[in-house]
Design a binder for this molecule. Structure first.
Ligand code: MTE
Length: 313
C-alpha cells in the first residue's frame, strides 16, 4: 500500500452504471444533463447511477457533513483495477455486475448461492451515514445504502463451528486486469469474527448517495464495517465463507506486521510506517484527530473486552 498523500483531482471519466434489470426498489433516475451533448467533465458530473427508492433512514447514522460524491467515487482503492487512487474510477467500468451471485459456504449446514436480485429483497434498504477511515490516513463520511449482515444469518444455517466469516471479492482477469499481477494474493479475501459480523453496524452495502453502488466502490455488493480500517470492506463480493479458525486475509498475508487481523481503527497504535493519530477527510485541508474505533467505541468496544488491542491490532 502507498503512504498517504493529498487527494488527486477528479478523474474526468466516471463511467455510467450499465443498464440492468429493474427491481422493486429501482427506478431509472432521469438526469436531463445525461442526454445533453456534454463535455467530459459535465458527463462525469451527470452520469450518476440508478436511484434507489424505498430507502429508510437509520438510527445508526452519524450527523456529520457528507464527503462530496465526486471525492468518494473519484479517489480510492480497488487494486484489481490498478494501483493508483484514480485507477478504480478510470477502469472499474469493465466490471459486469449482472448476472451476479453470492455463494455462502464453509461451516453451514447446506451451502447456498443467492442471486443479487434476491439479496436486494431481504430487508428494507437502509441509509447508513458512516465514517470511513482508510489505513493510509484519509477518511470520508459516506451515506451507504445496504442490508445488515445479520439478515444473511436468517437465511442460512451455520454450524456450531462457525467462528469467523470470510468475504471473497471477484477475481476475474478478463474484467480486472491487475489480478494478473501478483502484488496481492488474489482473490481479495478479508475476514472478521462472527460476532463482529453479527453486530448491527455491519452492513452489506449495495448503494451510496441514494444510488446503486458505483462500480469503483464495489458494486454490486460490498462489506462495510465502520469501526475498522477501510481495507476490511471487501468490494464486489462473490463468496461468503464461514470458518472455524481465524483465517489469513489478503492483507495479513501481504504484510503481517503492518496489517493485523482485527484492524480496528486505533489512533494509539501506529502503522509500522506512519502514525494513525490523525486523518484527512477527502476534500478537506486540515487534518483531524482519529477517534478510537473510528468514533464507534460506545457501540463496539465491548466486543474486545479483555483483549490487548496493541497485540491484536
Ligand atoms: N476490496 C477489494 N476487492 N479490493 C481492494 O483493493 N481496497 C480496500 C477496500 N476494499 C479494496 C477493497 C481499501 S484499502 C479501502 S480504503 C476501501 O476498499 C475503499 O473503499 P472506497 O473506494 O469505497 O472508499
Amino acid at each position: 500500500m502507498k503512504t498517504p498523500f493529498f487527494p488527486t483531482p477528479l478523474p474526468s471519466e466516471i463511467t455510467p452504471e450499465e443498464t440492468f434489470r429493474r427491481r422493486r426498489q429501482l427506478v431509472f433516475a432521469s438526469f436531463g444533463l445525461c442526454t445533453a451533448a456534454a463535455t467530459d467533465l459535465t458527463l462525469a458530473a451527470s452520469s450518476r447511477g440508478e436511484k434507489l427508492v424505498d430507502v429508510r433512514p437509520s438510527p445508526f447514522s452519524i450527523d456529520e457533513k457528507l464527503t462530496p460524491y465526486e471525492s468518494v467515487t473519484g479517489y480510492g482503492n480497488f487494486y484489481e483495477f490498478g494501483p493508483d487512487k484514480d485507477s478504480p474510477a478510470k477502469h472499474a467500468h469493465r466490471l459486469r455486475t449482472r448476472p451476479w451471485t453470492i455463494t455462502v459456504d464453509g461451516e453451514v449446514k447446506a451451502a447456498k448461492t443467492f442471486a443479487i436480485e434476491d439479496v436486494l429483497k431481504w430487508a428494507p434498504l437502509e441509509e447508513r451515514i458512516y465514517r470511513l477511515r482508510c489505513v493510509e490516513g484519509w477518511s470520508a463520511v459516506v451515506p451507504w445504502i445496504g442490508i445488515p449482515f445479520a439478515e444473511l444469518l436468517k437465511r442460512i444455517d451455520i454450524t456450531g463451528n462457525a467462528k469467523f466469516v470470510e468475504f471473497w471479492s471477484l477475481a476475474d482477469p478478463e474484467q480486472m486486469p491487475y489480478v494478473r499481477v501478483p502484488f496481492l494474493d488474489w482473490p481479495y479475501v478479508e475476514a472478521i469474527r462472527l460476532d463482529e459480523a453479527k453486530h448491527p453496524l455491519t452492513l452489506l452495502a449495495i448503494g451510496m448517495y441514494g444510488e446503486v453502488m458505483p462500480k469503483q466502490n464495489g458494486a454490486p455488493i460490498r462489506l462495510v464495517v465502520p469501526w475498522k480500517y477501510g481495507f476490511k470492506g471487501a468490494k464486489s463480493i462473490v463468496r461468503i465463507r464461514f470458518v472455524e479458525k481465524q483465517p489469513e486475509t489478503v492483507w495479513t498475508k501481504a504484510a503481517p506486521d503492518e496489517y493485523g487481523f482485527y484492524s480496528n481503527v486505533n489512533p494509539d497504535v501506529p502503522h509500522k510506517r506512519w502514525s494513525q493519530s490523525h486523518e484527512r477527510r477527502l476534500g478537506e485541508f486540515f487534518k483531524r484527530k482519529t477517534l478510537p474505533f473510528n468514533g464507534y467505541a460506545e457501540q463496539v468496544a465491548g466486543l474486545y473486552a479483555g483483549m490487548d488491542l496493541r497485540k491484536n491490532f
